[in-house]
Design a protein around this ligand. Structure first.
Ligand code: SAM
Length: 299
């Protein structure tokens, strides 16, 4: 009798806790669904490109072009003295070179380059008969010295070769060129380059411009220093090569030629070839090849 009574009462007694439990579950589920997916990490999705923007993508390259103009070109015969005045207090850096403290750290001549004696140099110097050559990336001066020799052979006695390089090399080069002097952590690349120029008696033809390529090229542009022949051989990653080429092209005289190394070497895929190819496409110019070098004539 007692058991029957219990059986009848149990479902009613259980109804209340079950209702509470359901209510709890419902409010938890509702709270979970209505909360932000990741409350602590704000997320950002870049806006997806719409069709009209995709169509205009080539013009986005304008951000990477240089549109400013350089000063009126200086006459070639004023370039050396202008640079001496503005950079070297009107005195050639070769005067009283080398200083006594550096002499024991320099070798009489220590030249090393890459493709620095290629036929392209003679081909272009003969063709362009340049009064001003600008070399972007000089290192120990192998290619600059080769060009100085060629201008001499061709009787181009007024030609100036401006060598733009920060003369820092690159971090790994110190392992490979342990014999280049080091003075209080400062590698003597500029001095060894200058010593190499002294050793071939080319101090009246060659002038270092010891700055980074970006600021140095912008400075030449502001000064109106233009080149008839410009060699690009500094940083070989895409961004460096692109920046150097577009900045150099601004200071190329009409009818001049710009060229550079590593179009067809192991280093080409670091970015030089991509930068040159894109540059030629964007500016509508034709790339010619000469050995390992790319060559572009001004339009
Ligand atoms: C491959 S070496 C030049 C070799 C030289 N043209 C030759 O054939 O003998 C590259 C040079 O570019 C210079 N360089 C690289 N990036 C530079 C930058 N952003 N500014 C200035 N010089 C740079 C390095 O210091 C180095 O001396």
């Amino acid at each position: 009798m007692k058991e029957d009574h219990l059986k009848k009462l149990t479902p009613f007694k259980l109804l209340k806790p079950i209702a509470y439990l359901l209510l709890l579950l419902l409010s938890f589920t509702f709270g979970y669904l209505s909360s932000p997916s990741s409350p602590t990490t704000p997320s950002f999705s870049p806006p997806s490109l719409q069709l009209p923007q995709l169509v205009n993508l080539p013009t986005q390259l304008d951000h990477f072009r240089l549109t400013s103009h350089c000063a009126t070109p200086l006459p070639s015969h004023l370039i050396r003295q202008t640079i001496l005045d503005r950079l070297f207090k009107s005195t050639s850096p070769f005067v009283n070179f080398p200083p006594p403290y550096a002499t024991p750290l320099l070798r009489r001549s220590r030249v090393k380059g890459w493709g620095s004696n290629g036929a392209v140099f003679q081909n272009l110097i003969q063709k362009v008969q340049p009064k001003t050559i600008i070399e972007i990336g000089t290192f120990l001066g192998a290619s600059a010295i080769h060009m100085a020799g060629l201008t001499r052979q061709l009787g181009l006695n007024d030609t100036q070769i401006l060598c733009l390089d920060d003369f820092r090399g690159w971090p790994g080069f110190r392992d490979r060129f342990r014999d280049i002097g080091l003075l209080n952590g400062d590698v003597l690349l500029l001095y060894q380059f200058m010593q190499n120029v002294v050793s071939v008696n080319a101090t009246e033809t060659v002038l270092p411009i010891p700055f980074s390529t970006g600021s140095g090229l912008d400075w030449l542009c502001e000064m109106g220093v233009f080149g008839d022949l410009i060699e690009v051989d500094a940083g070989h990653d895409f961004n460096s090569a692109w920046s150097d080429i577009i900045r150099a092209y601004r200071i190329l005289r009409p009818g001049g030629v710009i060229f550079g190394h590593d179009y067809f070497t192991a280093a080409d895929d670091h970015g030089v070839r991509r930068a040159v190819t894109l540059f030629a496409q964007v500016y509508g110019l034709k790339i010619k090849l000469d050995g390992q070098h790319w060559v572009i004539e001004s339009s």
